[in-house]
Design a protein around this ligand. Sequence first.
Ligand SMILES: [Zn+2]
Ligand SMILES: [Zn+2]
Length: 278
Amino acid sequence: MLDFNYHIHSTFSDGASPMWQMTQQAHRSGFKHIAITDHGPLPFQNDWSIDQAARKAYIKMINEQKDLYPDMNIFRGLELDYIPGITEDFQKLKELWDLELVVGSVHLVKHPESGKLWFIDGPKQNYDSGLEKIFHQDIKKGVQTYFHQINEMIRTQKPDIIGHIDKIRMNNMKRFFLPSDPWYQELLEETLTCVKSCNCILEINPRGFYKGKIEDLFPSDIALEIIRDNNIPVTINTDAHKTDELSKGHEKAIKKLKENGINSVKRLTENGWEDYAL
Ligand SMILES: [Zn+2]
Ligand SMILES: [Zn+2]
């Protein structure tokens, strides 16, 4: 079993288990290196991200968990959303929240002209109505804006880890486009090149799979080939929202990586990122 996971939520944001339960379960299961990464604060009302006002309590709680389990590395983290012109600078937040690790993700795609936000996560109805009302059924434009937003995040915010890089695929369910469409592949390749050139770690995330929404991983099989050929550094995160998701999808992720000729991932320890043979 893998003993690391740097994408873990708790009830501080949209997780179902309190933080103490997540760390207790991680410790019991033999994890050695984890990060608590609740959804970072957003400057507008929503029901899934942490409140700015909870900053001190959040940091205190993580530090208490560190003290409780000295034989397990627990990194202070957040999963930060990037929305150009709306979200706060990642480095500033990292300092203010005293973070050791940031997972950078895009869940809200900002329309380049109207500035309206398309929520691509959650139930498929959100995706469909956003595509209709905000991007007027122009899937190519929506997907292109999504990937360009990620590229901009990578270049300007430099998160440590890039979260679920092709989540835009999840609610599509092969209805509006196919991952094999040349225009889609071109966008994906461009984004992966961006990851490579900025020295970020790419997350291999099985959440879409274990939630029964997609058959493969974030990122897709096609992306895994590009990752292998370009030697892009990856790690495995389960994006756990409750205790039984801490190791969920590990087997699937390892199998997929090996099938695609990727036999080594990155693991963050007290000494920094190191190679870990699968
Ligand atoms: Zn996410
Ligand atoms: Zn997450």
